[in-house]
Design a protein around this ligand. Structure first.
Ligand code: ADP
Ligand code: LRH
Length: 491
């Protein structure tokens, strides 16, 4: 028989997918067996994830995976998703309400309330986490006093919740736990003084598990529902999608690299062995999230292709029938760097009429307002490339790690214009791909745990590099133009 196949569940903010990955020495293949939209729902003023709809997508995907793999069942299943969000469960393991979306306004003002409990400097020194209004800690501050939090006996991050429904076993996967602002990135254990100060009961979190650890087996009812023969083990992977995506960067050993994992968000930074907890790093809003194999993902969150997704949604609602590929072709011809916005500005965080918000940001900063959808798309892509440039430069300066190449992975790696602009803006070569880096990282960790592939992250990445098609972009154009654009955004 050939090398084993694994099912990777990867839930992104824009879509969920189940992929079948086959891995062995010199072999790495990925096949998408099911993709489903991830459409949040607003109910009575609160924005929720449709968590049961997503779980149904996972079950449909596992059924499709069973049909796609030789022998009818995957060697194991791994699950990753976006970070910070969670479900609260009562003592019997019943979900107490729908998980709230990180873009919901319930965390408005929570950061200020948190700062009154612990000065941001102290919180950063203890957790290394950047300020984001939606960090799990802020969500818990916002949820204080609610009946759901009072009744909760367990808190499960989204991939851990899916794993619990599939296996009946609870755990807290470490890379995603590092996005809660309750973990100490130096020790990989809970930051107990922080939890105590905020009155967060750490007993809500089931025991920590690491990528590669066993995470149970599919329940009999799940096997029956998915038409699978058991046993099918579940393996913990880098359950934060960005941790899996960074594991799935096809970097070359010995060549220092930065990464931009670009999908709904752009996560841009470097991989380190230890966190950077300096005051300068906090001021630059860099985060220290944990990665696979004890690495630190030192990065900045940039608004990402959400800006484009939300423009498309607005134009669709206005009856314009936008077509992504045509718009990107037009945007490539539109004048470059005509106007740029700050792609880290929280003004772009909530859903709703993005083209107007972009136009308003241009007006506010005295720049020309985009005149049509193509110019708006160009403004978004120029702004993202500029934000990538700033993050890559800041990551190097703050960590002391100089890089030779930028790897662009995630759905945005399919966007040639964005990759080319990122190379030009950073003044560094860009290697683009794979677009499904998170699923690759997920599969590789499972495959190593199963003994199908061996070695450290460098070895896993070398398998990616030698098996996957990648596109290379050399930096071109006028560097001075990017410097002037940066000055326009940063003042
Ligand atoms: P997430 O995991 O956050 O849901 P993805 O990594 O799947 O996001 O990336 C989705 C984004 O990738 C889309 O919003 C779109 O901008 C971009 N994308 C996907 N396919 C293409 C394509 N063929 N050409 C250009 N961009 C693409
Ligand atoms: C990307 C991501 C990112 C988080 C955000 C909430 O999908 O996981 O790393 O900051 O979603």
């Amino acid at each position: 028989c050939g090398p084993p196949s694994f099912a990777a569940v990867d839930l992104g903010a824009s879509s969920g997918r189940v992929m079948v990955g086959t891995a062995g020495p010199g072999v790495l293949e990925l096949q998408e067996v099911h993709r489903f939209p991830n459409r949040p729902v607003r109910v009575a003023g609160t924005l929720y994830w449709d968590v049961l709809g997503l779980y149904r997508g996972v079950l449909d995907g596992l059924r499709a995976a069973g049909r796609a793999v030789p022998g009818g069942r995957p060697a194991s299943v791994g699950i990753d998703s976006w970070a910070v969000d969670h479900g609260l469960l009562d003592a019997s393991g019943t979900l107490l309400g729908n998980p709230v979306h990180y873009r919901d306004g319930r965390t408005d003002g929570a950061a200020e309330r948190a700062a009154a409990v612990m000065p941001p400097r102290e919180l950063y020194a203890a957790t290394g986490l950047q300020h984001q209004p939606f960090n799990s800690l802020h969500q818990l501050v916002a949820a204080r006093g609610t009946s759901a939090l009072a009744a909760a006996r367990h808190l499960l991050l989204i991939p851990d919740l899916m794993a619990y429904w599939l296996t009946g076993e609870m755990g807290t996967e470490l890379t995603n736990a590092s996005t809660t602002q309750l973990l100490d990135p130096r020790t990989g254990d809970w930051a107990r003084p922080v939890a105590e100060a905020f009155g967060v009961d750490l007993a809500l979190f089931p025991p920590l598990r690491r990528p590669g650890d066993p995470a149970g087996e599919l329940l009999a009812e799940v096997l029956a529902e998915c038409g699978l023969d058991g046993p099918v083990p579940v393996t913990a992977v880098g359950s934060h999608d960005t941790a899996s995506a960074v594991a799935g960067v096809p970097a070359e050993g010995g060549r220092a690299f930065a990464y931009v994992a670009t999908g709904t968000w752009s996560l841009a930074g470097v991989e380190l062995e230890a966190p950077v907890l300096t005051e300068e790093s906090r001021a630059a809003n860099f985060t220290n999230e944990l990665g696979v194999d004890g690495t630190v993902r030192y990065l900045r969150n940039i608004m990402g292709l959400w800006l484009l997704q939300e423009c498309l949604r607005t134009w669709e609602a206005d009856g314009l029938r936008p077509e992504l590929e045509a718009l990107l072709r037009e945007a490539a011809k539109a004048p470059g760097l005509r106007s740029v916005v700050d792609a880290s500005d929280p003004v772009f965080l909530p859903p709703g009429r993005m083209p107007e918000r972009i136009a308003e940001a241009c007006r506010r900063t005295g720049q020309p307002v985009p005149r049509d959808p193509a110019e708006t798309v160009r403004c978004v892509l120029d702004s993202l490339a500029l934000a990538h440039r700033r993050a890559v430069a800041d990551a190097q300066r703050l960590s002391g790690r100089e890089v030779e190449v930028v790897h662009v992975v995630g759905g945005g790696a399919r966007n040639e214009l964005l990759c080319r602009l990122t190379a030009d803006a950073c003044g560094l070569p860009v290697v683009a791909g794979p677009a499904e880096a998170a699923a690759f990282g997920n599969v590789l960790v499972q495959a190593r745990a199963a003994g199908a592939v061996h070695g450290d992250l460098t070895a896993l990445r070398s398998l990616l590099r030698t098996t996957q098609p990648l596109r290379h972009h050399e930096p071109m154009g006028d560097r001075g133009a990017w410097e002037r654009a940066e000055a326009a955004v940063c003042g």
